[in-house]
Design a protein around this ligand. Sequence first.
Ligand SMILES: *Cc1c(COP(=O)(O)O)cnc(C)c1O
Length: 429
Amino acid sequence: MYNIKLEEENIPKKWYNILADLPFKLPESKQTSEGHQLENLPKIFSKYVLEQETSTKQWIDIPDEVRDKYAQIGRPSPLVRAKRLEEYLNTPAHIYYKREDTSPTGSHKLNSAIPQAYYAKKDGATKLTTETGAGQWGTALSLACSMMGLECDVYMVKVSFQQKPYRKTIMNLYNGNVMASPTNTTKIGRETLAKNPDHPGALGLAISEAVERALAEEKTYYSLGSVLNHVILHQTIIGLETQKQLEYIDQEADTVVSCIGGGSNAGGMMFPFMKDRLKGNTETKFVAVEPDSCPSLTKGEYKYDYGDTEGLTPLMKMYTLGHEFVPSAFHAGGLRYHGTSPILAALTHEGYIDPCSVSQNEIFEIGKLFSNLEGVVPAPETCHALKAAVNEAIKCKHEKESKNIVLNFTGHGLLDLAGYELYLDNKLE
Ligand SMILES: *Cc1c(COP(=O)(O)O)cnc(C)c1O
């Protein structure tokens, strides 16, 4: 069986909350003495997601309306065996990919955008502001807001805005209001532009702009697409479905692979499997893959840092390259973030997750190979996971081991063709 699909009734009824099961104490978020970062949280987030952020309840109910929307966007998403890739590699390993690219917006981001818009509305908001790097999160939140009858303002990192003009068009189709960050609609944006009118933008800066607007406007909340505990909680729908799909074919995951930007797809895919590993029931290996040009897990420091450039967010303990880090304009925009989810950082620090990094050329090379063999064009972000999964499969070949390698196929690359074209023309820096 190559294409494992589940019926709608198998959409999980609860999200899994790993905070209930961590074998260590997660370092708490802090605020600075002059800042009001923690006190400001209720002004920028709905009370419902804030409650989820620190909840230690193991299972959290998915509201019926959210489950209904999950069904409307095509969940459960398929789990597919990459048979031709296995044959090409001549490996005894089995490679499975969870197809989050089948979502209408083309990535896993809608899994959290929908509940975030739902809870904001339930708490009386009429608008959400947010940032977007590659454009995937802004696209998902624009659609989710449209589904829930909310307005949506999106601060899009300027380099991505320029590299991917069609992203803006899609967001506009979903009624999202898109601006190239830094903008002159915020104090931090104006200050940045005064210093450098050609600033390429950075995710941390776009976050500062979106948070500043949410603090300034009534009935406006801010929404983050990754990093935070509640975002990963929503994304556990991915790992929970994958577990059911593997169960259906009577298989177990030996290795679980995800790319990592802020950590939402990695946490969402890994944590349901991590639950069994933490209990000592399995020895599943977890691999988190990042770009070598934005290497927070492999080269960053494990310390307290802000989630944004300006210091409007609380200090979180994470692997970070520093909140003022501006990565080079490489093409996997969704992985251009200086920090990581505090839970994933702690699990990496404790040795439960193996981090690694890959280069830009390697990812487009594997993207082309995968497109050829499997027919689905992967997003550059997704290629990071693919590359590491292929490395694992090659190891299995040398060691003559038939393992099940499961990777999160976070999105398609049909709006990333400019990057692929540069690769094909041999013009990538
Ligand atoms: C946003 C995004 C990522 C990275 O974000 P995480 O929060 O780390 O998951 C990866 N792949 C795709 C396709 C994305 O859109």
